[in-house]
Design a protein around this ligand. Structure first.
Ligand SMILES: [Zn+2]
Length: 470
């Protein structure tokens, strides 16, 4: 499972670029952003090592009739990158530590665990009472929070754009929500399944916030990460579930890129296919369902969404998840269906696509071998550490000196074969920070993760992208 950072990479990139272009004259802030991204990259490299230390409660500690005790420990990394760091406070210690960050994490984890047990009947993220381990004060000026597959991690923020990441209780539930999703549907962290993964975490986050504040669905503000931005940022929060795209509009950060309807779905290869962007669509569907059902969001739509999460598989798309929620909604099925229709995921007559439908892949006409490759070949390379996309093309009917070699490579690479292989690659998230190559030719468009690219394909891409230097 990919590590799921709370702050999307594009936002960190935005801050770093704004500083370097002079929009924001704070060199140390730029360093802080870059440092956060570097830590993220280093963290990803080492995450498999962390995965080894899963913790589970000892089943013998609880009697057969006793509910498994909820257990959690908050550590401090002391502004280093050491995980989990030194334990500061666990569930047996009811007295505040005096460190506001430690205590916010402690309170938020307890409230999250209580919500999962009381509202959803789930005992910790694995439903077997696993101890929740969290680390605060991670890194220097670290501008992110994440679930690493074994534990929660929270940075202090840089203090200029971002405050500490424990400041909003919904962030605690959001990160623990990633652990729950990993142990249930296992939604692949890319494209629509990835956006659903993100959205489920926001759903858990907002439910917890409303529960803590004693609000019902109509009283809630539906903001995610309220208070995370400092006063210098023009924005009320990181995301709005009721009005995606309206959470912030700032000269440095840009504006909230989230859509709230399928008409505005963002096709991008960045951010694992825009998982933090397109989550606005299912987020708004949840808001519509929760307010339509009324009362407690957690007990109403929240329970439906959680129950649906237990029934779907890793590659579920929006329509599949919509169908799953309708299927478990009981008396609220019509309200839930209307909510998904309101964001364009199902049509108004309720016709949705079935969950986990097989990819209806029509084998394309086989062009290679039957005729000489012709037309325009385009290559787009995205991702990479900097997240910069470059595009170029070669016209095989033109007089470009590379036409001969490109034609040979196009023939050898066989784009229709790539398309079939791409269906399998899409089942797994790509390696973080790797490039993705998109080849467009003869009515085909296929995305190839860098780690699956053959030498021929890499040569083809380099050859075409070299046109940018001419
Ligand atoms: Zn997340």
């Amino acid at each position: 499972m990919s590590r799921s950072g709370f702050i999307p990479p594009y936002l960190l990139q935005q801050v770093a670029e704004a500083v370097s272009s002079g929009l924001l004259a704070e060199p140390d802030l730029r360093v802080a952003c870059r440092h956060t991204m570097d830590l993220d990259a280093g963290f990803r490299a080492g995450r498999s090592a962390h995965r080894a230390r899963t913790q589970a409660a000892d089943p013998e500690q609880a009697g057969p009739e006793e509910p498994t005790a909820l257990a959690w420990t908050v550590h401090t990394a002391g502004n280093t990158q050491t995980l989990p760091g030194d334990p500061v406070r666990d569930e047996t210690d009811e007295s505040p530590s005096g460190d506001v960050t430690v205590d916010e994490a402690w309170d938020g984890i307890r409230a999250s665990l209580d919500m999962f047990r009381e509202a959803f009947g789930r005992t910790s993220y694995d439903d077997a009472g696993a101890r929740v381990s969290a680390t605060v004060h991670y890194g220097q000026d670290y501008q992110n929070a994440f679930w690493d597959g074994t534990q929660l991690v929270f940075g202090d923020g840089d203090g200029r754009v971002f405050n500490r990441f424990t400041i909003a209780v919904d962030i605690l539930a959001h990160e623990l929500g990633h652990a729950v999703t990993e142990h249930t549907a296992g939604l692949v962290y890319r494209d629509q399944p990835g956006a659903l993964n993100e959205s489920m975490s926001d759903v858990f986050g907002s439910c917890l916030k409303q529960r803590v504040l004693g609000q019902d669905a109509t009283e809630a503000d539906w903001l995610i990460g309220e208070g995370l931005f400092t006063d210098t940022v023009r924005g009320k929060a990181l995301r709005s579930m009721s009005e995606p795209g309206t959470a912030y509009d700032d000269p440095v950060l840009g504006s909230d890129p989230q859509p709230g309807h399928m008409d505005d779905y963002v096709d991008t290869r960045d951010d694992n296919g825009g998982v933090h962007i397109n989550s606005g669509i299912p987020n708004r569907a949840f808001h519509l369902a929760a307010t339509g059902i009324g009362g407690s969001s957690t007990e109403g739509a929240g329970k439906i969404w959680y129950d649906a999460l237990l029934t779907v598989g890793p590659t579920t798309d929006f329509a599949g998840f919509a169908a799953a929620t309708v299927a478990v909604a009981g008396e609220h099925a019509d309200v839930v269906r209307e909510a998904w229709a309101g964001v364009g995921v199902v049509t108004d007559d309720g016709a949705g696509e079935p969950a986990d439908r097989p990819d209806e892949h029509t084998p394309a006409e086989q062009p290679s071998g039957t005729r000489e490759p012709a037309g325009v070949v385009e290559v787009r390379r995205s991702g990479g550490f900097a997240g910069i996309t470059v595009t170029s093309s070669v016209d095989l009917d033109g007089d470009d000196p590379r036409v001969g070699e490109v034609r040979t490579l196009v023939h050898r690479v066989d784009i229709t074969l790539l398309e079939h292989e791409a269906a399998a690659w899409a089942e797994r998230p790509g390696r973080p920070d790797a490039f993705t190559y998109v080849i467009v030719w003869d009515g085909h468009e296929v995305a190839v993760p860098e780690d699956h690219a053959t030498p021929d394909l890499l040569r083809l891409a380099d050859l075409i992208l070299s046109a940018r230097d001419r």
